[in-house]
Design a protein around this ligand. Structure first.
Ligand code: UDP
Ligand code: MG
Length: 307
């Protein structure tokens, strides 16, 4: 059986049409399936739309989270409740087209553990979103040792072995595409054209995107900390030279200026470097603190799935 995880955040208008299309594709290819809708604190009528779908089909299940936890956590909740031998992650706004699903499943039959869908093109997305994504993935690949695939979202299918391995990762900062890459096993990809949203608007605000990017970097790289250390060394070396030069000109040459400009430059420069270093350390510490608190990743308000 295939478990399809569908995170929902304010998707009331497109949900029925999307579900029908998806179910149509699955039935056409005789795929045994369950749909797991995860309502991530929607503020519209998504929940009643989901319940309507679940009342009409025994294959549809839902989890209603107690508030908005964010896309990555919503998907993680769905994964915890999935019972299928294969688990499929996809957006519920139509951007990950259902007609690609059979291609993903077919690739799995070749003996892969994970098949992810790579975006050949991205329709109807803003220049800024595509540009920031590109820069981010370049940076991430440069500073991490694991290969996190470029131009992929979470649209992918994985088998039970990988799903169970993923469930063993307890971190509170979820970056699923990185975590799944980290797991290893036998992974491959297919390409597809990413569509525009059917209806509604993106729930990924720039704030949420920045959080995701910082989670990705801090989860998979200590490079920013190393930059802080290295720039500290560089500044200290430069400082040593400056001290010697200052002493030399003060006592040996006997020429010394009031020196306001150089002093200001040094202070501002060092102050900047120090704040940057402290900030980077802070990013890691705040995440350590989140993990040490050991709060649950999400809270379920209600569900029709027995644990
Ligand atoms: N989503 C969610 N919680 C959020 C934001 C989004 O569950 O806080 C869901 C949303 O309903 C959709 C998927 O995650 O199914 C992708 O979100 P969205 O389309 O808003 O992101 P984009 O495609 O613009 O990156
Ligand atoms: Mg979308």
């Amino acid at each position: 059986m295939l478990s399809v995880i569908l995170p929902i955040y304010n998707e009331q208008d497109g949900l029925n049409a999307f579900t029908q299309e998806l179910v149509g594709v699955l039935q056409q290819h005789s795929v045994a399936y369950e749909l797991i809708f995860v309502n991530d604190g929607s503020t519209d009528n998504s929940l009643s739309a989901i319940k309507g779908i679940c009342a009409a089909s025994p294959h549809a299940k839902y989890i209603n989270l107690s508030r908005n936890f964010g896309h990555q956590v919503a998907v993680s909740a769905g994964i915890d409740y999935a019972k299928g031998d294969e688990v499929l992650l996809m957006d519920s706004d139509g951007q990950d087209p259902p007609e690609v699903v059979p291609t993903l499943l077919k690739q799995m039959e070749q003996g892969y553990d994970v098949v992810y869908a790579k975006r050949e093109s991205r329709a109807k997305e803003s220049f800024l979103k595509k540009f920031t994504a590109k820069v981010f993935y370049k940076l991430l690949n440069r500073i991490t040792r694991i290969d996190i695939p470029i131009d992929t979202g979470d649209f992918r299918v994985m088998n039970r072995k990988v799903t169970n391995a993923l469930k063993q990762m307890p971190e509170k900062q979820r970056y699923l595409r990185g975590q799944i890459a980290w797991l290893g096993f036998n992974q491959t990809y297919i390409t597809y054209e990413r569509k525009g949203r059917n209806t509604g608007e993106t729930g990924y605000t720039y704030g949420k995107m920045i959080t995701l990017a910082l989670d990705a970097i801090t989860s998979f790289s200590n490079w920013p900390l190393r930059v802080a250390t290295l720039s500290g060394f560089a500044c200290a070396a430069l400082g040593l030279v400056l001290i010697m030069y200052t002493l030399y000109s003060r006592f040996v040459l006997g020429v010394y200026q009031p020196g306001w400009a150089s002093l200001m430059i040094t202070i501002v420069f060092l102050g900047g470097i120090q704040l940057l270093g402290i900030g980077m350390i802070g990013e890691y510490i705040s995440r350590i603190s989140d993990n040490v608190k050991n709060r649950p990743l999400y809270l379920v308000d209600e569900t029709n799935i027995d644990a």
